[in-house]
Design a protein around this ligand. Structure first.
Ligand code: SF4
Ligand code: SF4
Length: 425
């Protein structure tokens, strides 16, 4: 893949990257220790259904508590060495399950039922797939989903994971589309791809729509608008307008599960190195990021930064032990010398952020309210919830204000306030 500097203010606009023809992923060895995350707070009193010392097989379903339907799939074979709470960003809590890995042995529970190819089988076994299949979204009858948009485009710059999947796994995607078509109520499935790759798909069971190659057109709200002509209202989710957005990799994984009678466990990731050059890797989900860096001979020095995602909308992680998760599409290693520090300079009202904002938000006003922690007013009067978190305002801000960080914090704080109010009502 080509390399380019992260910040290039001379570019009139930012174009998404194109995957090089024939680009293939480097296969990362299975780790000696794997870490899996439950998207659920660990509660010892809740008597987890598994414990340290238990043996697990590759593809085995792990349910945390007896009264919960939520599960993850063990991506390795081995012995559970710890089950503990893990604090993520913005007050999110997970349960971390560490496994000492031994030689792969396949669990056969899915194989026994995979001939059925029913929605129940999808619900019961396939919620922890590479690409993060949003089962709750499209199988919850309350959402009344009639349209599925499959994104074959990557939302951040330098990332080409979805392009690779569309180019190399079309047979799996077609099978996945067939399964999705059998969900009651689904009458429209669209595959969104780059404008310049809109050819040669044939009959895949979905309408192929093109998406602009200009950043941030691959963000889900903009993909929905460009491919369906539907708007997601501010503060609402795609599900609120009957639409579910699914990554191409999740659809390919769904198809591969039924074609191979085995739950896929390997994730495709774009690894962006310190010089901006990208590489595709294939890693077992649960592999610590540090193992991937080691396999590629990438050294992290004091002051370098690890980012999950791409340069515009990614989030920092603070430990090389953080694992590859179903939605880990990209990992970026930023050299300390390329990190543009934020400043505490005030806004000088230059208006650059307003001109570049794809949601037409008066960002210069919004930032004043966010700095003063007036979050509700920011939402009511200055379109906080219209923000798609593309990071363009921070990118152009001459005062180097951490605008998108303020925006994420404000949304998190308001979500906490609204949850507390609902609980007390
Ligand atoms: S991150 Fe900034 S530029 Fe992007 S939508 Fe939000 S306010 Fe607008
Ligand atoms: S780009 Fe920065 S300095 Fe310029 S108006 Fe926006 S927030 Fe203010």
């Amino acid at each position: 893949m080509k390399k380019r500097p992260f910040i290039c203010l001379s570019e009139p606009h930012l174009e998404y990257d194109v995957i090089e023809p024939g680009c293939k992923p480097n296969v990362i060895p299975v780790p000696r220790k794997a870490v899996l995350f439950f998207d659920k707070t660990y509660d010892k009193k809740g008597a987890p259904l598994f414990k340290e010392g238990d043996r697990v097989k590759t593809g085995q379903k792990l349910i945390l508590y007896a009264d919960s339907e939520e599960y993850i799939i063990s991506t390795v074979t081995g012995t559970i060495s710890s089950v503990s709470p893990y604090a993520g960003d913005f007050g999110k809590f997970y349960t971390s399950v560490q496994i000492d890995v031994s030689e792969d042995e396949a669990d056969d529970a899915f194989e026994k039922v995979s001939a059925e190819q029913s929605i129940e089988t999808v619900r019961n076994y396939l919620s922890y797939l590479p690409g993060n299949l949003p089962i709750k979204s499209f199988l919850d009858p309350g959402n009344k989903i009639d349209t599925i948009v499959i994104t074959g485009v990557d939302s951040d710059l330098l990332v080409v994971t979805s392009q690779y999947i569309v180019n190399s796994k079309m047979e799996h995607i077609i099978k996945g589309i067939k399964i999705l078509r059998s969900i009651p109520g689904i009458n429209n499935i669209v595959l969104a791809v780059r404008r310049d790759s809109l050819h040669g798909y044939g009959n895949i069971g979905a309408e192929v729509k093109n998406i602009s190659t200009r950043y941030p057109s691959a963000f889900r709200q903009l993909v929905i608008k460009e491919s369906l002509g539907r708007e997601v209202p501010a503060g609402k989710k795609p599900e609120d307008i009957g639409t579910c957005v699914i990554n191409a990799e999740a659809v390919a994984s769904l198809g591969a599960a039924f074609l191979n009678n085995r739950i896929p466990t390997d994730k495709i990731i774009t690894l962006i190195n310190k010089d901006g050059a990208g590489k595709l890797v294939s890693a077992r989900m649960g592999t610590p990021i540090g193992d991937i860096l080691k396999a590629l001979n990438i050294t992290l020095n004091h002051g370098d930064r690890l980012i999950l995602g791409g340069p515009m909308a990614g989030s920092p992680v603070y430990s090389e032990d953080y694992p590859v998760l179903p939605d880990t599409d990209a990992i970026m290693v930023q050299d300390k010398n390329y990190i543009q520090p934020f400043s505490d300079y005030p806004c000088i009202n230059c208006g650059d952020c307003i001109r570049i904002c794809p949601a037409n938000i008066p960002v210069n006003m919004l930032i004043r309210y966010l700095e003063a922690k007036m979050y509700q007013q920011a939402a009511d009067e200055y379109d906080l919830y219209s923000c798609i978190e593309c990071g363009l305002c921070s990118y152009v801000c001459v005062s180097r204000m951490p605008i998108s960080q303020y925006i994420r914090l404000a949304k998190y704080e308001l979500a906490g306030i609204n949850t507390a109010e609902a609980a007390n009502a």
